[in-house]
Design a protein around this ligand. Sequence first.
Ligand SMILES: Nc1ncnc2c1ncn2[C@@H]1O[C@H](COP(=O)(O)OP(=O)(O)OP(=O)(O)O)[C@@H](O)[C@H]1O
Ligand SMILES: [Mg+2]
Length: 356
Amino acid sequence: MSERVAFEDVSVIYPGMAEAALSHVNLEVEEGEFLVLVGPSGCGKSTFLRALAGLEAVSTGRIMIGDRDVTRVPAKDRDIAMVFQNYALYPHMTVAQNMGFALNIAKIPRAEIARRVREAAELLDLTNYLDRKPKALSGGQRQRVAMGRAIVREPQVFLMDEPLSNLDAQLRVQTRTQIATLQRRLGTTTVYVTHDQVEAMTMGDRVVILKDGVVQQVDTPDNLYRHPVNAFVAGFIGSPSMNLIEARVTGNTADIQGFALPLPREVVDTAHAGRVIVGCRPEELQLTDTGIPMTVQLVESLGADSFVYGVVDTIAGPTTVITRTHPADKPALGSSVHVTPRQAHFFSCEGDRPRL
Ligand SMILES: Nc1ncnc2c1ncn2[C@@H]1O[C@H](COP(=O)(O)OP(=O)(O)OP(=O)(O)O)[C@@H](O)[C@H]1O
Ligand SMILES: [Mg+2]
């Protein structure tokens, strides 16, 4: 039922465009996996889904579903169901009719349609709403009907393009848990697109980070957080973001305003133009008596801990640096303090392309 998906050197260049919307993507989605695609607006997320669904032609490479090369297979023959960002339910049809619509078109026998709709409704907690019209449903319920339309098709692969973007913040959190649970129960290979890194980190078995059509990193949420391969991934995952401080390489250390941070040998050897980016998550920095000088700009108390925002003068100019501290540590605004990394990541200044 569920199948693996593979992109082999897939590029998509839209007609008349100079830049590829997707560039040489190599990626395997395992059978039954929940893979999340995340990245800023315009990075190629929808293009990826549309290429996989057969709605966009690829310029190079091939797409496999199971052992089948589907690169030239029309969308309707790919056995994929997609939930779009702006799902439109038919207003004059009931929930049950909306859910069964595609099956009707496909001339599936009535009894079979009724069975699938009933089962999907049960999974989605919509059993009591089957006879209602969409206008008599809440936003979350409508969203679940849109999911139901995909589920009844019992596809080999589900594609979801920001399906929660129409919901308010609280409902998003609730629904994202439901979708993740449902996917695990169904065990259908799923590619889920979002621009929200929290959604990506909480839902995915693995997460793909895309930027400008290029895959930056594919890994488990934990590994992405702990071992980002470049400064872009480092800054994209985590909230507040990882601090990225550009520093001069002096001997075997990174020099930040007179503070010397020891560098691993390979970082010294590969530093580009004598510079390196030092990455430190807010929780990896601490306020200390000596260290990197910082001017305090803002203190944000969140109860259990607080964030001290400050400015550090770096070789790239004034840089905002955020430190997580105990709420009792409340340096005055405008005061001069020092921060010291407990732990650091190092990135090349050369750009965001992952090291190959
Ligand atoms: N039909 C098209 N013709 C030409 N260029 C397109 C077309 N569709 C998308 N693009 C371009 O391709 C790139 C990738 O678009 P895509 O829709 O895949 O981004 P996205 O990551 O889904 O963004 P968002 O988060 O805003 O939905 C963008 O630069 C976009 O402008
Ligand atoms: Mg999109």
